[in-house]
Design a protein around this ligand. Structure first.
Ligand code: E4P
Length: 405
């Protein structure tokens, strides 16, 4: 309704103005017939953006832009000033009532696919595993080009942050590394290495640090801007759901952790329907992981170290869960290998294809510090000391100056 082109343009600008989001490409504006009870013609466009928001945070941003542009609750598909929908977010699959990714109907709607393919034809739809370009039938379905959405000025680095941007759940980044601790100094250090995708905590880890639980979780989320697991302690579904909903209010990055019990499954379904990511923990056999995935878990946490402790092969558990989830990619649940005890576990779960490994600080630092790396480095430095002019920065600067560059 109203100034449709003006509102679309404003929506793109508001998205880009968000301090955690940058629009990187915008499509043509297309004119098409509406579906449902709406009248007249609709204008549609698509953008791709980089963000450090979680999917839940991104959805909230879209809703807040709709509200700022005058959207009121109306009947489904009635005339409205604007819709801002989240179509895909990396390779995330979510099946809640409040948050469904990829957008459930995008593939059937040319007015979505035509602009989406213009700017994201190479993007892989995580359920069909085909690119959007392959999934569009090549026709324009009577849609008429009607100008352009505001275009980003030029390709630019993700400039809004002075730290590495962490986008949650990107299989394309290889196995994700989480740190298994509630110690903020350990998290800060691993984050500074530029390798940290998220954090897991549990009641024992929180108790060990002794600080304020809620403040600790908040501080970790602000620092890492990636998934941070915070565990419920109620044992009944109502209590777990209540705690989970409250924990999720601390930050959009909170992932609610529940144990694999009957109550945990009920809570998982309810929280996932709300659009809240759930990590189902204390998993010791493959079928438990399947149950959790069916309930809508975003992550399952199989504990390999605790199985090894009782002379059972923990890595085999990871291997089997990865195979099962590979058979049913539409589940969208990530395997988060937990209870990791030593560096070998990390390479073993990566070989098995785990999506995530959550690693205690002690093991993480052993991955970085190897005695042969240290002695090799010391030898290189000793040899370099014998080179007469060994100031690399000075030498390169003088050389560049001489070449006039
Ligand atoms: C992580 O989510 C788990 O709580 C943790 O990895 C358990 O590890 P532990 O067996 O060393 O206590």
């Amino acid at each position: 309704m109203g100034d449709r082109a003006g509102r679309l343009a404003l929506a793109v600008k508001l998205l880009d103005a968000d301090p955690e989001t940058e629009v990187v490409a915008s499509s043509t504006v297309w004119l098409n017939k509406p579906i449902g009870v709406a009248r007249g013609a609709f204008l549609n466009g698509a953008v791709t953006a980089r963000t450090t928001h979680s999917a839940r945070g991104m959805l909230a941003l879209c809703k807040s832009i709709e509200a700022r542009l005058g959207r009121q609750p109306t009947a489904r598909w009635a005339d409205r000033p604007i819709d801002v929908d989240l179509l895909m977010m990396d390779d995330l699959i979510r099946r809640g009532c409040g948050l469904t990714l990829p957008h459930a109907a995008m593939l059937d709607r040319p007015f979505v696919m035509v602009p989406a393919v213009e700017i994201g034809g190479h993007m892989v739809h995580p359920v069909t595993r085909q690119t959007l370009g392959q999934l569009l039938d090549g026709e324009e379905h009577g849609m008429v080009a009607h100008g352009l959405l505001p275009q980003p000025l030029a390709p630019r680095p993700f400039a809004k942050y002075n730290h590495r941007a962490i986008t949650p759940a990107t299989g394309s980044q290889g196995m994700k590394i989480f740190i298994d601790t509630a110690n903020i100094d350990e998290i800060r250090e691993a984050h500074a290495w530029g390798i940290l995708d998220g954090v897991t905590t549990n009641p024992s880890l929180i108790a060990r640090e002794g600080g304020d639980f809620i403040e600790t979780i908040h501080e970790i989320c602000e620092l890492v801007k990636g998934p941070v697991s915070a565990e419920t302690v109620s044992q009944d579904p109502e209590g777990m759901i209540k705690e989970g909903r409250l924990l999720a209010k601390i930050s959009e990055h909170v992932v609610v952790k529940v144990p694999l019990t009957a109550a945990g499954l009920t809570a998982t379904r309810a929280l996932a329907d709300d659009g809240i990511d759930v990590n189902v923990t204390l998993i010791f056999q493959p079928a438990q992981a399947l149950m959790a995935a069916k309930a809508g878990a975003a992550y399952v946490s199989p504990f390999l170290g605790r199985l090894d402790d009782i002379a059972t092969d923990g890595v085999q558990l990871i291997d089997e869960i990865v195979t099962i989830f590979g058979n049913y990619p539409e589940l969208g649940t990530e395997v988060l290998s937990a209870s990791i005890r030593h560096p070998l576990h990390v390479s073993q779960v990566a070989l098995a294809g785990s999506d995530v490994a959550t690693i205690p600080y002690k093991v993480l630092s052993r991955l970085v510090n190897h005695p042969l790396t240290e002695s090799g480095n010391a030898k290189f430095l000793a040899d370099w000391d014998t080179v007469p002019d060994n100031d690399i920065a000075g030498q390169v600067s003088r050389w560049l100056e001489k070449r006039g560059s």
